[in-house]
Write a protein that binds this ligand. Structure first.
Ligand SMILES: NCc1[nH]cc(CCC(=O)O)c1CC(=O)O
Length: 308
């Protein structure tokens, strides 16, 4: 019997296609009898590239069109950068597999190959992330953080042309695009805690599609999946849609999952960090417990305000 092909939906950006190709080849290896094809979908996030990310309404604009294609049965499997996925998966869809995480750290690319501490006084760093801006201010209050638009290539070019002295990007994206040797410094996780899901991929299908769910299991990495579940439960409990910067990273050591999390108010004046541990099988409980701890430590004041 001829098996129908499986359509893998991806954004058309270079990073998204590299990620989709990687998942396609892993799936192909695990299921040689099935044909896998990549379907490119252009998203609002790509179309609005000239608009600063902070100005775009809501979260998840990179994933929405792909989810719509999934629901409309135009594709069967979606591959997303997990950190671009909203805390809640829409009804009708399911996040079934999370492959092993790439390096979760942020990375600095600078003119003159300087590290963050070596950059000259008053240097300009290009970033569109409120989280990264606060983290920079915490160690180098003299540095000017300027808004910068565009994809990863455009941001690196801004360094090469002297528009900015440095940019901070997720190491994972740079490594996946083959630019590991452009990284001048890997920033410490102590200060630059990444947002939930950084460096991880999310494999999404229509819920109830048991055949595809079974297929995607081949690319799942259980420790990463559990870590990401904790990070996303943390995000959800804090209020996924709020504008307050939220960072979280889960790590698994044997049967113990440890989650570190940070939440800042919109001005960056108050930054609250803590960690929680628990059994790896109770990942979401760890995420919720940490969120509640941060809320009781004072995050409740600015989280609630941000939603108004
Ligand atoms: N928001 C854009 C985005 N989505 C995923 C990555 C990089 C790879 C990843 O974190 O998985 C990036 C760029 C960046 O933050 O540098």
């Amino acid at each position: 019997m001829i098996q129908p092909g499986i359509r893998i939906g991806s954004r058309a950006s270079r990073l998204a296609l590299v990620q989709a190709e990687y998942i396609k080849s892993r799936l192909q290896q695990a299921h040689p009898e099935v044909a896998f094809n990549i379907v490119k979908i252009s998203t609002q996030g790509d179309l609005n590239r000239r608009v600063s990310m902070g100005e775009l309404p809501g979260v998840g604009f990179f994933v929405k069109e792909i989810e719509a294609a999934l629901m409309a049965d135009e594709v069967d499997i979606a591959v997303h950068s997990l950190k671009d996925m909203p805390a809640d998966v829409p009804p009708g869809l399911a996040l079934t597999a999370v492959p092993e995480r790439e390096d979760p750290r942020d990375a600095l690319i600078s003119r003159g190959h300087y590290s963050l501490s070596e950059l000259p006084p008053g240097a300009k760093i290009g970033s569109d992330s409120l989280r990264r801006a606060f983290q920079i201010k915490a160690v180098r209050p003299d540095i000017q953080v300027v808004s910068i638009r565009g994809n990863i290539e455009t941001r690196i070019k801004a360094v090469d042309t002297g528009q900015v002295d440095a940019v901070i990007l997720a190491a994972a994206g740079l490594i996946r695009l083959g630019w590991r040797d452009r990284i001048n410094q890997y920033l410490s996780l102590e200060i630059f805690l990444p947002p939930p899901g950084q460096a991880a991929l999310g494999i999404e299908i229509r819920s109830g599609d048991d055949r595809r769910a079974a297929l995607t299991a081949a690319v799942n990495h259980a420790p990463t999946h559990q870590a990401v579940k904790a990070e996303r439960a943390f995000l959800r409990r804090l209020g996924g849609g709020c504008r307050a910067p939220i960072a979280a990273l889960g790590t698994v050591d044997g049967a113990v999952l440890t989650l570190r999390g940070t939440v800042a108010d919109e001005s960056g004046r108050t930054i609250i960090t803590d960690q929680a541990s628990g059994d790896v099988s109770a990942a979401e409980k760890v995420g919720i417990a940490l969120a509640e701890r941060l809320l009781s430590l004072g995050a409740a004041q600015f989280i609630n305000k941000a939603g108004e």
